[in-house]
Structure formats: structure tokens, C-alpha cells
Write a protein that binds this ligand. Structure first.
Ligand SMILES: NC(=O)c1ccc[n+]([C@@H]2O[C@H](COP(=O)([O-])OP(=O)(O)OC[C@H]3O[C@@H](n4cnc5c(N)ncnc54)[C@H](O)[C@@H]3O)[C@@H](O)[C@H]2O)c1
Length: 328
């Protein structure tokens, strides 16, 4: 992965909540490969895997704490001596939140509050947390700009909006440095292709590589701003070390700033994998939006964010990873 920081990471201790998950493990890997003094992954393995962090377990500066972010005392203990927190832990997926809104609320809203309190208690220098493009809800504008959001379309979107409200209030009330990142459809190595709530890209790749059925919701003409995980890691690192005070207490779109339809995505993956499988179409999913594309100019101007990997290159790297690690 390219280098996105100028600060000497060997002077600082980092904690990544949700660090055994997809995006969190990519952030932890970045920190470790750039000589961070200490990297703590805090994760209850609700949807993450020890396999995602197995290569790090033997590294001297690495520690894994298997615990729940809703446990305030466990958080307080883990956060002692930590300089910077990347908060990625949450229960993702719109359908999961529609089926079990309480679990989503507990992990995403109550868990976030506990992370903020623990961070305040430990006096951490800065928290960068994962919000989501789902907060744009029913707004039709395209591309989406941070200042204008619509009505949330799912309990998941509400939980991420609650994060943004709490982050704002903690920034202003306790003078804490907190920055939110609204991710748009992140994909890449270590994203889980299994289970009822898997995302489209790992599901498609799994189906194409193993010749098992691939389903597309609706007519496949819905579009998304698919973003390779290295760009999301860049967003996190740039936000963590951004010296522009305008970033503090604010939220930023982290995306490619372009969109393609799900049908185009499927066809690109078909070309990359060389598979001949055709998708099956099924009903539209509740809570889904038709089109989603980000305006990334705010992140570009204030954080210096500039996505370096396009969709096709990102998909190639993802397919390569799946070929090496996830083939049946
Ligand atoms: N992947 C995307 O496209 C996307 C888009 C928008 C927002 N996000 C957000 O980014 C973050 C990371 O998502 P991801 O795609 O890596 O998902 P993931 O499921 O791979 O990772 C989430 C991690 O959080 C852990 N976790 C969940 N609840 C926890 C709890 N109560 N205590 C401790 N750990 C807990 C899980 O075990 C998992 O390892 C999440 O906050 C998610 O809502 C992701």
C-alpha cells in the first residue's frame, strides 16, 4: 500500500475498534507496515475473524483484545495510553438492521457512545470514525455533498446519523478531536463473502470463482460509488493527521467520486475472472437507494484526500486476493 502520512508513526499508539473486520484490518495492516509503535485491535468478533489479523499476532507492537465496545469498563482499560483511535466496529448491513434493529442500535449507537466516553477518559488525541453514505437517505441529489442529507431509510442509517450527532456534541462539549468519514460501498481484500448480510462485490466474486449462483437485486441499473479499501485507508490516515482545524468535528465523504451500475460491476468482474456465469435477478431490497455517488471535494480540500485506485484496478486486486485465500 502507498504511504499516506508524513508523521512518524513509531512515536504513537493506535487502537482500531473493529480491527478484525474488513476495513479495520486493512487500517491495522497499514499502521503495522509503517512502523507504528503499538497497534491494538479491539473487536468482539461479531462479524470479524481472527484470521484477518493472524499475521499480526506475532508482531511485537501488536495486541488483540477480544471484547465488546458496549462494555465501557473494558473500553476504558483498552484505551489507556492510546494516542489515536480508528473506530470501525459496528454491525453493518441495511437488511440486518431491518431484521434486528436492537442489535444494530446497541453495537452502532450505544457502542459508539461507549467508545467516545472511553476516549475522553483516556485523553486520546483524536478519533476518526466510520459513518456511512446511508445517512444521505432519501435525498435525490447527485453527487452527494456533506452539507445536505435526507431522511434515513433504515435503522442502520439512523445508527450512523446518531454517531454523527454524538461526535458533534462531544467535539463541542468536551473539546475532543473527532472526524467522521462517510464511506461509500468499500470493497477489497478480507471483505467477507459469506453469510446472509454479505456485500455485493464479495458475493459476486465468490459466485464467479466457484460457479455458484449470483443474484442481482432489482434490474441491476442502480448505481453505486464503489471504492477500493486502499482509498478508505487513505481517508482514515489523512483525517487522523490532518492539521487543518476545519476538519475537527466535521464529516467527509470517502469514495471514488464516480459511480457505475451493478450490471456494469458484474460485467467487469466477469471479464476479470473470465467466468461465463449469468446473474439471476430478484426483487429490490427494502431500504436501498437507487443511485449513490459522492462529491469528494470537501475531503480533497481539507484532508488532502485523493483516491489512488480506480474500480477496475481495485477489483483486479480483490479477485487476486480471493483467488489466493478464499477459493473453495
Ligand atoms: N464496507 C462498507 O462498504 C461500509 C460502508 C459504509 C460504512 N461502513 C462502516 O465501516 C465500518 C467497518 O465496516 P466493515 O465493512 O469493515 O465491516 P466488518 O463487519 O468487516 O467489520 C466490523 C467489525 O466490527 C466488529 N464489531 C461489531 N460489533 C462489535 C462490538 N459490539 N464490539 C466490538 N467489535 C464489534 C466486528 O466483529 C467486525 O470485525 C463499520 O462501522 C461499517 O458500518 C462500511
Amino acid at each position: 500500500m502507498a504511504k499516506f502520512h508524513t508523521t512518524d508513526l513509531s512515536k504513537f499508539s493506535f487502537l482500531v475498534t473493529g480491527g478484525a473486520g474488513f476495513i479495520g484490518s486493512n487500517i491495522a495492516e497499514y499502521l503495522l507496515s509503517h512502523n507504528a509503535k503499538k497497534v491494538v485491535v479491539y473487536d468482539n468478533l461479531a462479524t470479524g475473524f481472527e484470521d484477518n489479523i493472524r499475521p499480526f499476532l506475532s508482531l511485537p507492537g501488536f495486541r488483540f483484545i477480544k471484547d465488546d465496545i458496549c462494555d465501557l469498563n473494558a473500553c476504558k482499560n483498552a484505551f489507556e495510553g492510546i494516542d489515536y483511535v480508528f473506530h470501525q466496529a459496528a454491525l453493518g448491513s441495511v437488511p440486518r438492521s431491518i431484521e434486528n434493529p436492537i442489535a444494530t442500535h446497541n453495537a452502532n449507537a450505544s457502542g459508539f457512545l461507549s467508545v467516545l466516553v472511553a476516549a475522553k477518559n483516556a485523553g486520546v488525541k483524536r478519533i476518526v470514525y466510520a459513518s456511512s453514505s446511508s445517512v444521505y437517505g432519501d435525498i435525490q441529489d447527485s453527487p452527494k455533498q456533506e452539507k445536505k442529507i435526507g431522511k434515513p431509510l433504515s435503522p442502520y442509517a439512523v445508527s450512523k446519523l446518531v454517531n454523527e450527532f454524538y461526535a458533534d456534541i462531544f467535539s463541542r462539549t468536551y473539546n475532543m478531536e473527532i472526524i467522521g468519514l462517510r464511506y461509500f460501498n468499500i470493497f477489497g481484500p478480507r471483505q467477507n463473502p459469506k453469510g446472509a448480510y454479505a456485500a455485493a462485490i464479495p458475493l459476486f466474486i465468490d459466485g464467479l470463482l466457484n460457479n455458484t449462483p449470483v443474484y442481482i437485486n432489482s434490474d441491476g441499473e442502480q448505481s453505486r460509488d464503489f471504492t477500493y479499501v486502499e482509498n478508505a485507508v487513505q481517508g482514515n490516515i489523512k483525517a487522523m493527521f490532518c492539521t487543518d482545524k476545519k476538519a475537527l468535528g466535521s464529516v467527509f465523504n470517502i469514495a471514488l467520486g464516480d459511480s457505475i451500475s451493478v450490471n456494469q460491476l458484474f460485467n467487469t468482474l466477469k471479464k476479470i475472472t473470465g467466468a461465463s456465469l449469468s446473474p439471476a435477478y430478484r426483487d429490490e431490497r427494502k431500504g436501498d437507494v437507487k443511485n449513490s455517488m459522492a462529491d469528494i471535494s470537501k475531503a480533497a480540500h481539507i484532508l488532502g484526500y485523493s483516491p489512488s485506485v480506480n474500480v477496475e484496478d481495485g477489483l483486479r486486486q480483490t479477485v487476486e486476493w480471493f483467488n489466493n485465500y478464499f477459493r473453495k
